[in-house]
Design a protein around this ligand. Structure first.
Ligand SMILES: Cc1ncc(COP(=O)(O)O)c(C=O)c1O
Length: 310
């Protein structure tokens, strides 16, 4: 829906996405999900932004804006024009790039000034997880044109949502209109409302911020003691931890990451990997996590680091 809105509104086809993004399963979103390409290259109307180079930049906001400007020009030169910049606002599959808060702002302003739409995919960072706002984009001080929402919206109940400016929806409505069989189901509405109630009643956003800060500090302490842990970053309860191989000049270590994930699984902790090279651990516990559960994770994580040492 977001892609259709952007293309209908702008009359352009090109989309800018990040290099290891994941946005879903349909034919349309697989085209803009480079992490799904096991082989082949993206279609001509998709421009890939090399977000993994951001950590080398002295001024990430200026660099990101320059990458978007370059992407717009590339798409224009190829005859597609740029309909939208589509990003997961914490860059989950790319390996988690949260800081500095606000780094998206110059790029989004440049894009919108050139008539492109900013689509914020909140499927992973949304619903309070970053601890600093209900949405990942809130930390960046930007106003998306379209927001897509998914899994945390129903806390396990399958549902999704899209929010957009009224005039964008009016264009779609005048063209093809929209309905679907399950849209607005009272069962989904009840699940979604319950999720919003629990986030407010249990003050889960504040918990995400508090426990997230604790997690980050403890992981940084582990980083200081284990040279194979090369970076810890993130916001709230959305943290990324990079693993490298110190014997190979600190090169990203995807093998070790997989070994660690499997060892943690044997010890009752389920965790996933992310990033272009597959060497980032994505640490994203439930928003209701308590200090004792964080400590349990940290303890098992350290054990697994030792057990998988080369
Ligand atoms: C960032 C992001 N966007 C979109 C999706 C797609 O959501 P769904 O699986 O509900 O289609 C996912 C699913 O993992 C996701 O992580």
């Amino acid at each position: 829906m977001a892609l259709r809105l952007a293309r209908g509104w702008t009359g352009r086809q090109g989309i800018i996405v990040t290099e290891a993004a994941y946005h879903g399963n349909t034919a349309a979103v697989t085209e803009v999900s480079p992490s799904s390409y096991k082989q082949g290259t993206p279609p001509d109307h998709v421009h890939i932004l090399p977000i993994s180079r951001m950590s080398e930049q002295a001024d990430p906001a200026a660099w990101f804006a320059e990458q978007v400007r370059f992407g717009i020009e590339q798409l224009e030169a190829r005859g597609h024009g740029c309909a939208a910049l589509l990003v997961d606002s914490i860059f989950s599959s790319d390996g988690i790039y949260a800081d500095p808060a606000g780094f998206l702002k110059p790029a989004v302003e440049l894009l919108q000034a050139r008539g492109g739409l900013f689509i914020s995919d909140e499927v992973q960072p949304g619903f309070g997880r970053t601890g600093q706002g209900m949405w990942g984009f809130s930390r960046h001080g930007v106003t998306p044109d379209v927001v897509t929402m998914g899994k945390p919206m129903g806390n396990g109940f399958p549902m999704s949502g899209l929010a957009a400016r009224e005039e964008l929806l009016a264009v779609l409505n005048a063209d093809v209109g929209y309905f679907n069989t399950f849209g607005g189901s009272p069962v989904a509405v009840a699940a979604g409302t319950a999720v919003l109630d629990v986030i407010a009643e249990e003050d889960l956003m504040a918990n995400a911020e508090r426990q997230g800060e604790y997690f980050k500090r403890q992981l940084q302490d582990i980083q200081a003691r284990f040279e194979e842990v090369s970076d810890v970053r993130g916001a709230g309860l959305f943290l990324g931890l990079d693993l490298c191989d110190p014997t190979r000049d600190g090169a990203p270590d995807a093998q070790r990451t997989t070994a660690l994930i499997n060892d943690l699984k044997r010890n009752g902790v389920l965790i996933g990997g992310a990033g272009k090279s597959g060497s980032t651990l994505k640490i994203r516990p439930p928003l209701c996590i308590e200090r004792s559960e964080a400590d349990l994770f940290l303890d098992r994580f350290e054990q697994s680091l030792k057990a998988t040492a080369k």
